[in-house]
Design a protein around this ligand. Sequence first.
Ligand code: NDP
Ligand code: MG
Length: 382
Amino acid sequence: MNRIAVLGSTGSIGTSTLDVLAGQRDAMQLVAVTAHSRWQQLAEQTRQFDVPAAIVSDSSLVDSVDRSAFATGCEVRFGADALVELAASDAVDTVVAAIVGAAGLRSSWAAVDTGKRVALANKETMIVAGPQIVARAAETGAELLPVDSEHSAIFQCLAAGRREDVRRVILTASGGPFRGWSRQQLEAVTPDDARKHPTWNMGERITIDSATLMNKALEVIEAKWLFGLEADQIEVVVHPQSVVHSLVEFVDGSCVAQLSPPDMKLPIQYALTWPERRDCPSPKMDWSANWSLDFEPPDRDLFPALDLGFEVADRGGTCGAVLNASKEAAVDRFLAGEVRFTDIPQICRAVLDAHHFDPAPSLSELLQLDAWARRETIKWTR
Ligand code: NDP
Ligand code: MG
């Protein structure tokens, strides 16, 4: 039995993971679930899967959570340190890292540090500390399996050839809800406009990041560290149908792509069962219907977040931590109505340019810079 802990089980990736696990009860056992504050949903999950351990990471809820709502015998713990202990625990074989934001970094690190398989949805782990994570995984034997659909696609396509024969990877992007919009229209975008994604149903933050193309910027950085690429080996193409999840081009010009309907259950399950493939509850392609696939270059003038992604992928060092933290804080300010949609990449640019660059930072330096970049973002005025 593969003993699985799902960190962030109440989120979009978390609930899709539980849908996958429901079909894999013969091989996988859910041994722990975690939420930040939605403890009622968490309690329901423990009853549904008879889970022996649960964590509510917001420790201020310790007195308001009704323990009797959880499965009989389920141990309920509180606080962010409990997440780290769980990720490092001998009672867990595989950690699904599905917390949103840099808040997921310490637990992802603990899972890598203890040599586990990590099904990595929390891309912020790679944005903030990609080189450190990859190096530590090589030391401990941890397996980093991408859950992000583009990176899962690249991982699958890479199996078609030798690593030294890869020329470049092509990340597909839906283009978000504002593809083809004018600058004026973009300046007037409201949080509710940005919450509507055309093809994917995801958590709030990644949905906003998809609208600015910041999510794709983060994915460029994620691809660089996960697959050991140079920034100029990565390309982004807009593909509105979100069926081709990414491609790998080999030196002979052959492009290998991975296709499936847009649904996260497939990449989640693949990260859990790899190298095996099993029947999956995700929808299948209908090859009997008439349909077409479109591709177009991204508009990098209207969506300057992409340039930030390539620049940060190229420079490395402290840049990822600063970009990610300022992006998270800028999105919070946008959602609070304090800044415009088009301010988000401008804020990130300003904070990135203002930071003291270190090409080889320690983990603690990265965490300090994360806090610094959030403070700078809160101070930012147009
Ligand atoms: P959601 O917002 O839907 O879920 C986030 C989860 O993390 C919830 O369980 C939430 O708990 C928990 N959480 C929130 N804040 C904290 C915190 N400070 N400490 C600990 N736990 C916390 O996010 P998604 O599922 O959309 O995304 C999760 C990760 O996966 C992100 O890194 C995202 O970029 C990545 N990803 C998501 C995709 C998707 O399709 N959704 C696709 C590819 C990548 P609570 O419910 O109590 O708030
Ligand atoms: Mg993605």
